[in-house]
Design a protein around this ligand. Sequence first.
Ligand code: ADP
Ligand code: MG
Length: 371
Amino acid sequence: MTTPPNGRGAASPDAVLRPHAEQEHAAELARLAEHDDRPRPPGWRLSPQAVTVYLLGGELPDGTAIVPKYVGPRRLVEVAVATLATDRALLLLGVPGTAKTWLSEHLAAAVSGDSTLLVQGTAGTPEEAVRYGWNYARLLAEGPSERALVESPVLRAMRRGSVARIEELTRMPGDVQDALITILSEKALPVPELGTEVQARKGFTVIATANDRDRGVHEPSSALRRRFNTVVLPLPDTIEDEVEIVARRVAQIGAGLELPETPAGLEEIRRVVTVFRELRSGLTGDGRTRLKSPGGTLGTAEAISVVTGGLALAAHFGDGVLRAADVAGGIVGAVVQDPASDRVAWQEYLETVVRDRPGWGDFYRACREVS
Ligand SMILES: Nc1ncnc2c1ncn2[C@@H]1O[C@H](COP(=O)(O)OP(=O)(O)O)[C@@H](O)[C@H]1O
Ligand SMILES: [Mg+2]
């Protein structure tokens, strides 16, 4: 296989757009398993220690580098991993863009080697998505049988002894959420139509995610909550952490999309992150000026999309260097969600903070142009 001129790995037209974590990091996971001499909980591919190295990054005795997937407090990751080795399920809670989905995928990949047993919680998620459904053609032709049963991802995870993922748990109606109670407490799912039950194999557990600032949520019942250990994911503590997260993810996404190589100017990333941090906290970085906070979530995930969008502009329409003009449109789009109130907050920020900030002249002009 030849390497394309931009040096970004073999460009194969039938490559998938987004490999699952266990595919993308298959080599790392294999090396970790080779070097892993600690005890593995039943059904686990790796020891809890090795799972933590996979998530936070590190170096193996043979020099293999493990890239960090999650940037955040080590203790929090350890608690999350340790929870999966107990009989309680894990609930990742936090504001949008704090890597709940991201961490849940990588945890499932490292623990079970499979992150795809996924239920997306919405207001319309039916109970079949958590338990099982029926193939009606078969059901009518043959009556209820194992062959007519359609397994949910959760049921499949129980049979395999794997991690099942439930995204946005609190958007599912309460009675659908509560279908999990028996599964999590008894580790079994009765199938009365067949007069049987499915007992979970060792290694089965559930990782759920939920936003703690969401409209239309259904608070989990206390019976369900008790089955979960909750880990709250914080926003990045320092601007340095957040810049690092954005820079790392943008480089990965850019490579995955095979964008022409564009140096993602760290300065430009720092500006995007600064703007988002200041607006979401309602205070400038030096603590001097109070700001109106726009309604939208200006999280790390938004900063990543703004910079990625900017890179595509710079690569295809600009001079190949990420400049203020490439990110300005994305920033305004992310900040001004509500055309009335957010626009006021944005204009005020632009005129009172951005205009007079030393070295930000190009950025101010670029934002003025698209505001
Ligand atoms: N602390 C962090 N460490 C690593 N990546 C992060 C972090 N915070 C955010 N991200 C990145 O931002 C994105 C977060 O998206 P996501 O997991 O969908 O957030 P959530 O599910 O919490 O709304 C991911 O691409 C992830 O790489
Ligand atoms: Mg999510």
